[in-house]
Design a protein. Structure first.
Length: 263
């Protein structure tokens, strides 16, 4: 059964508030209202998606919804409520906006000078600004960040930028999962600071719940309209691999390991 939030976002009346100008796929900020309740959301219509050669099947909107379904199935609680909504431009993914648009979230990934990396953070990448100043991309070791890294490995997220992680009211949310859940190994993330380390038992338990639901539950059925059969099978294999190795994966030699831009 859909939750109250899913029901509201799926069938509520949409009020357009503004376009996200730096979005590559026509995202708009909306208010969704139903029976006197309302929530802010990001609305991404399929009609405004740009075709991607490496994701030829399905839609980005379907993958956004699928990432939420997997997050909920495993108890990762990483992805905000995300549904498919028939809006002004037809079918669209509609994801609850966490926090307030005018309030910047707390950063768990940042670009700083080498001597300004917060204590305990992990360095991922060193580079230079256009002016030649050395900078470091680093991320927090908060357990919620580690859990998100496991979730990204499970869904084969190929675009985990630092700006896609939002710490709001003491909860960490990951957004923008349209290029995930493919068959080929395409993990591209700024969270490599955990690479090669053992999975935490709580994170392994999340992966195991997803695997159990795929094999003995109805998760494969719920994903069938969002992903191809091969993509669902690949999700199962990644879950099995994570549990078999018991470690965070290492970067692949055959695919860029850091998204660009990193933030």
């Amino acid at each position: 059964m859909p939750t109250d939030a899913e029901q509201l976002l799926a069938v509520g009346e949409i009020e357009l508030l503004g376009r996200i100008v730096d979005s590559s796929n026509g995202a708009v900020l909306v208010r969704v209202s139903l029976d006197g309740r309302s929530r802010l959301a990001i609305h991404k219509p399929v009609a405004l998606e740009r075709p991607l050669w490496d994701y030829p099947d399905g839609t980005l909107a379907g993958r956004e919804r699928a990432a939420y379904v997997v997050s909920e199935a495993g108890g990762f609680d990483v992805v905000p409520t995300t549904v498919l909504h028939e809006g002004p431009w037809g079918t669209a993914s509609t994801q609850e906006w966490m926090g307030q648009p005018e309030t910047p979230p707390t950063l768990v990934v940042d670009v700083v000078a080498p001597g300004e990396v917060p204590e305990g953070w992990r360095e991922v990448l060193r580079g230079e600004t256009p002016a030649g100043e050395e900078v470091v991309v680093a991320h927090s070791v908060d357990p919620r960040v580690r859990t998100t890294a496991v979730f990204d490995a499970l869904i084969n997220n190929s675009d985990r930028k630092g700006g896609h992680l939002l710490l709001v009211d003491d909860s960490l949310w990951g957004v923008d999962h349209g290029v995930s859940l493919g068959v080929e190994d395409k993990l591209r993330t700024v969270l490599w600071g955990f690479a090669g380390e053992p999975l935490q038992p709580s994170d392994s338990a999340c992966v195991e719940r997803v695997l159990d639901d795929l094999v003995d539950g109805d998760l494969a059925h719920r994903l069938a309209d969002l992903l191809t059969r091969d993509e669902v099978d690949a999700l199962r294999r990644r879950a099995e691999s994570l549990l078999a190795t018991g470690t965070h994966p290492l970067p692949s030699a055959g695919w860029p390991s850091i998204p660009w831009p990193a933030m």
